[in-house]
Design a protein around this ligand. Sequence first.
Ligand SMILES: NC(=O)c1ccc[n+]([C@@H]2O[C@H](COP(=O)([O-])OP(=O)(O)OC[C@H]3O[C@@H](n4cnc5c(N)ncnc54)[C@H](O)[C@@H]3O)[C@@H](O)[C@H]2O)c1
Ligand SMILES: O=C(O)[C@H](O)COP(=O)(O)O
Length: 532
Amino acid sequence: MEIPKVLVADPVSQRGVDELAAGGALEVVVKTGLPEAEIIKIIPEFSALVVRSQTKVTANVLEAASKLKVIGRAGVGVDNVNVDAATKRGVIVMNTPGGNTISTAEHAFSLLVSIARSIPQADASVKAGKWDRKKYEGVELYNKSLGILGMGRIGSEIARRAIAFGMRVFAYDPYLSSSKARSLQVELVENVDDLLPHCDFITMHMPLTDETHHILDERRLGLCRKGVRIVNCARGGLIDEAALGVALQSGQVAAAALDVFEVEPPPADFALRSLPNIVFTPHLGASTAEAQENVGIEIAQAIRAALLEGEIRNAVNMPSIDAKTAAVVKPFLTLADKLGRFAAQLAPKRNDRIVITYGGKAVELPTEGVTRAALTGFLKTAGGEEVNSVNVRTMASTLGLLVEEVKSTEQTDFNEWLHVAVWSGDSKVSLGGTFFGAKNEPRIVRLNGRSIEAEPEGVILLLENNDVPGIVGKVGTILGKHKVNIASMSLSRDEAGGQALTVLNLDSAPASEVIQELLSHPEISAARIIQL
Ligand SMILES: NC(=O)c1ccc[n+]([C@@H]2O[C@H](COP(=O)([O-])OP(=O)(O)OC[C@H]3O[C@@H](n4cnc5c(N)ncnc54)[C@H](O)[C@@H]3O)[C@@H](O)[C@H]2O)c1
Ligand SMILES: O=C(O)[C@H](O)COP(=O)(O)O
């Protein structure tokens, strides 16, 4: 039998390489720093590829990778891997969350201390033959306030260290529950804008997503306390580098430290390079002997398990159920994902509890995969590309979101019943779904306890209105005027002439002016768009 080959394309620890090659079951080739064209040439012979953040696993690489089964990321971020292309080609992408948490937290904290005391600049000055004690007077961390943006694994470790240094810690993480924040002894701030004016130091520990891109931009840098010091050891792109340059020059930001950059390595003409009050490290957060040994061994074991035993660990793109079971639960996986996404758009960001209830024949399903699909849909905005059905429970627990699964024996109106309810304090959002007809078409049939009927697909318009004659015609006229076609509509009212919930499946998303026009109607009190 042919021995599967593994290409190690970025530097990983020798112990990781040894672990991969142990017993000769895999043939390991270490070739680091290859350009894309070279990787494309050799990749067809490999069953697994190991990378860190340097090698870009592009759609072209994946196209050529005819034998590839697994990509192992020795680290956390998979933004250098085209996960969608890998998923489409059936290639599992795995990472090693947690293995480099402490190292990265220590590096970020070191950068914080460095910029409080201008250590790199003072070092360079002494080495240049100077003895400039006045110029490098710094500030203490003690009694200062630190704002942590993103309170996951690394953010939490930073908080512990900052508290030990006598700092007051504020945290911004819209997905972290209040109870988790209390246990970490940090003051949770609802809005990033509210945190900025209170902080002497800011450190960033969130993924790069559409929501977090340039989260510190020109406007927000302007909201910061004058003389703030900022560290980014998460991902380039969280800070607008051009705006940061201006703020460093004006003194609005006294100092900054970056371990990560919008383009890595930054180009030769990178403007921030010439500023005296910024410190750089070349993406070194995870570069310690310990972290590299952790992630190297962990990814080697995961690749061996996948190639030799078919066991999947820490996959970022793979449902955790086998193919036969997947066929049975597939429609439920889709419905659960949609209910989760719908709930995420209705609920506030910070939630304490999510309950997924199965009723009717659905209680006989292997429900774990379905529960995870609902949770993945719900947490997609918080976790970005890295959250999937395999790692979603860990993410929920990091956020302090309690996940409950209930198999209900109560009589339901439907043969199969799937219900998702999310609590934030006393307020609750809930959705129920089932399947209709011979073709088993998915439908959303309950919204916050009200009976509705909507296809869980595309654009959905929710209207709250008074139950008065002519309202349906009015809505149709407004949408028609703006060329928005209604695919289906359902109405639910508490009583004749009372409050009604109108749910419309639309063929396209109406512009915000259309929503405003609907809201200007005196009988319509709320209108919102849900995208599924
Ligand atoms: N510099 C390095 O070498 C290095 C090493 C490891 C990790 N990282 C990066 O650090 C970051 C954090 O890693 P982690 O292991 O702590 O991840 P994590 O998933 O444990 O934590 C991320 C946190 O960010 C929060 N978040 C998501 N969207 C947010 C938003 N819009 N606003 C505020 N918070 C938001 C999530 O709720 C979560 O709590 C990642 O980007 C990772 O890739 C960098
Ligand atoms: O996401 C990560 O794990 C870090 O950015 C570390 O990247 P590296 O493995 O290239 O050091």
